[in-house]
Design a protein around this ligand. Structure first.
Ligand code: DGL
Length: 259
């Protein structure tokens, strides 16, 4: 089935997921929506996040996407149940990787950096309860981080200071795994690596999402089997410079779209 895979996020962060998907499924075409005009989703109400997720989904369906990846923890934890019950295509979501962190931690202390919208969702709470038995989970809202990534200030002094402020209390409490619960955060891994002691493991869910996308395509008979050059259309409803900096390569087009 040669229809594209649809991917959406509140902005440019989900491109970290797009990269994993493209690496694992190089023959698949993709359409990516960066809803940067409405970023950050993390500070919005559940109802607002749901309405934005519906708007993005319907646009991707208009563009004939065969499967939709909700490349946003905040939208997944607040809207994926609704999307799955109301639209026919398969949906892949992303959630903070509590399960691998619980498996990996030696101190039994795990930090989760995510948006307020993710940390306050019932899906996140249920996942934590299910997989983190016997593990202490420190939740930290990454207030301001999404805005800085959206502004292209990944390596700025402000970013460094904010990250330092957020990880320090969790380090003092003895965490040895830091879960990145927002798709914008993989872009700050280089800064985090400078800040964090070397014994801290950083865990994100990007590769797991790509693996799941591949499995669901195969299960539904949707995966392209031949090797081919794929096309990638990115749409942003904000100025496209930051997106252009993050996503480069052949067969990629990046356009402004008012959605
Ligand atoms: N990339 C989104 C996530 O994974 C950012 C949410 C936001 O816009 O606040 O949660």
């Amino acid at each position: 089935m040669h229809n594209p895979i649809g991917i959406f996020d509140s902005g440019v962060g989900g491109t970290s997921i797009w990269k994993e998907i493209h690496t694992m499924l190089p023959s698949e075409d993709t359409i990516y929506l960066a809803d940067s005009k409405n970023a950050p989703y993390g500070a919005k109400s559940k109802e607002q996040i749901l309405q934005l997720s519906i708007k993005n989904t319907e646009l991707l369906l208009e563009k004939n996407c065969k499967l939709i990846v909700v490349a946003c923890n905040t939208a997944t934890t607040n809207a994926i149940d609704y999307l799955r019950s109301n639209y026919k295509v398969p949906f892949i979501g992303i959630e903070p990787a509590i399960k691998p962190a619980a498996f990996h931690t030696k101190t039994k202390k795990v930090g989760v950096l995510a948006t307020k919208g993710t940390l306050s969702s019932s899906l996140f709470h249920n996942t934590s309860k299910m997989f983190a038995e016997g593990i202490e989970v420190f939740e930290q809202e990454g207030k301001g981080l999404v805005d800085l990534v959206e502004a292209g200030q990944v390596d700025s002094e402000e970013m460094r200071n904010l990250l330092q402020t957020y990880v320090n209390p969790m380090l003092e409490q003895g965490m040895d795994c830091l879960v990145l619960g927002c798709t914008h955060y993989p872009y700050v891994i280089p800064v985090l690596k400078e800040i964090l002691p070397t014994n801290i493991t950083i865990i994100d869910s990007g590769e797991a999402v790509a693996r799941q996308t591949k499995a669901v395509l195969i299960k539904n008979g949707m995966k392209i089997s031949e090797s081919r050059t794929s096309k990638h259309n990115f749409y942003s409803n904000a100025p496209i410079m930051v997106l252009q900096d993050l996503v480069k390569g052949p067969s990629i087009t990046i356009n402004y779209l008012d959605f």
